[in-house]
Design a protein around this ligand. Structure first.
Ligand code: CP
Length: 314
C-alpha cells in the first residue's frame, strides 16, 4: 500500500492488518498509546484545506508517537492565498524532504490527483493519506470506526449497523459502508429523511429507512451523522428543531435499538440537532473512545505506508 485514498477496493486482509497493528499500539487499558520510533527521520506534512479538530490533531499526535517530524501547513496564511497552485505548493513542500502528505480538501478527488502527481515526480516514494475529500471518502475515519466496532462487538458477521442522518453529503457514510460490507457485516442500514438518503444505496446492499425508530430497531451499532450544511448549496436544509423532532437520537428513541447497542459519531457533533446530550454523554456512547482509537489507527496507517516498497500505484 503506497497511498491510502479510499476504503473502496481495500482488501479485507489489509483492513484487519491495519486494525491489528493499531491494537498493538494501545496499552491494555486502551487509553494509553505507546510510542514506537517507526518513522524516525521521516517528515509528515499535514495539509488541510478544510477545517478539522480531530483528524488533524490525531494525525499530529500519531506521527509524533512514531517519532516523525511533523509540519502543519496553515493554509489560511500560506501562499495558496496569493494564487499558488496546489501542485506548486506540494512540489515546494516535497523539496523540503516530505515523506508523507496527509491531505484534507473540499474537492472530491484532490488527494488522488496529488498521489498521481507524486507517483510521477517521486516514483511512489512519497505517500498520500486522504484525511477527507469532499463527499467522496474519509478512509481513516472509517478505519477507526471499524476499530471501535470490533473492539466493542468483536464479530462483524453478526451485526446490524445503522448509519443515521445526512448520508447524501457524507464521506464518512460512504467509507463506513464500504468497510462494513468488506468486513462481512450482514445488515447495513441508512436512516434519514428522503432528501438526505440516496435511494440507490440499495444497489450496494444497504437497507434504506426514512423513520428513525424503525431504522434503528434491534441494531447493535448506531453511527450518527451531522447535517453537513457546508455541502448543501442549493438544497433544502431542514431547521434544527424540525430535524431533531424526527431524526434526533434521544434516550427514548434509543430504546428501539438492542439494549447493549453502542452509539458512535465521527464529530463534530451538533447537540440538540442530530443527537441529544443525554445520549451523547450516556452509557451507550463510545464517541470519545473513537477519538482515542483514532490515534492508534492513524499510527498503523502511517507505519504500514512507510514500510511499503511496492511500485507506484494509487
Ligand atoms: N471526524 C472528523 O473528521 O472530525 P474533524 O473534522 O474534526 O477532523
Amino acid at each position: 500500500l503506497i497511498h491510502l485514498l479510499s476504503i473502496e477496493g481495500l482488501p479485507k486482509a489489509m483492513i484487519h492488518r491495519i486494525l491489528d497493528t493499531a491494537e498493538s499500539f494501545l496499552s491494555v487499558t486502551d487509553r494509553e498509546i505507546k510510542s514506537v520510533p517507526l518513522l524516525r527521520g521521516k517528515s509528515v506534512f499535514n495539509v488541510f484545506f478544510e477545517n478539522s479538530t480531530r483528524t488533524r490533531t490525531t494525525f499530529e499526535i500519531a506521527a509524533k508517537r512514531l517519532s516523525a517530524d511533523v509540519v502543519n501547513l496553515n493554509i489560511g496564511s500560506s501562499s495558496t492565498a496569493k494564487g499558488e497552485s496546489l501542485i506548486d505548493t506540494i512540489d515546494n513542500l516535497s523539496a523540503m524532504s516530505a515523506d508523507m502528505f496527509v491531505m484534507r480538501h473540499s474537492e472530491s478527488g484532490a488527494p488522488t490527483f496529488l498521489a498521481q502527481h507524486l507517483n510521477r515526480t517521486s516514483g511512489g516514494s512519497i505517500h498520500v493519506i486522504n484525511a477527507g475529500d469532499g463527499r467522496h471518502a474519509h478512509p481513516t475515519q472509517a478505519l477507526l470506526d471499524m476499530y471501535t466496532i470490533r473492539h466493542f462487538k468483536k464479530d462483524f458477521t453478526k451485526l446490524r449497523v445503522a448509519i443515521v442522518g445526512d448520508i447524501v453529503h457524507s464521506r464518512v457514510a460512504r467509507s463506513d459502508i464500504h468497510a462494513l460490507t468488506t468486513l462481512g457485516c450482514p445488515e447495513v442500514r441508512a436512516v434519514g429523511p428522503r432528501t438526505l438518503v440516496p435511494q440507490n444505496l440499495e444497489n450496494m446492499g444497504v437497507r434504506v429507512y426514512n423513520d428513525l425508530r424503525e431504522g434503528i430497531k434491534d441494531v447493535d451499532v448506531i453511527i450518527m451523522l451531522r447535517l453537513q450544511k457546508e455541502r448543501m448549496s442549493g438544497a433544502f436544509i431542514p431547521s434544527a428543531q424540525e430535524y431533531f423532532k424526527h431524526f434526533g437520537l434521544t434516550e427514548d428513541k434509543l430504546k428501539s435499538a438492542k439494549p447493549d447497542a453502542i452509539v458512535m459519531h465521527p464529530g463534530p457533533m451538533n447537540r440538540g440537532v442530530e443527537i441529544d446530550s443525554a445520549v451523547a454523554d450516556g452509557p451507550q456512547s463510545v464517541i470519545l473512545n473513537q477519538v482515542t482509537f483514532g490515534i492508534a489507527v492513524r499510527m498503523a496507517v502511517m507505519s504500514i505506508l512507510a514500510s511499503s516498497k511496492g511500485a507506484a500505484s494509487t
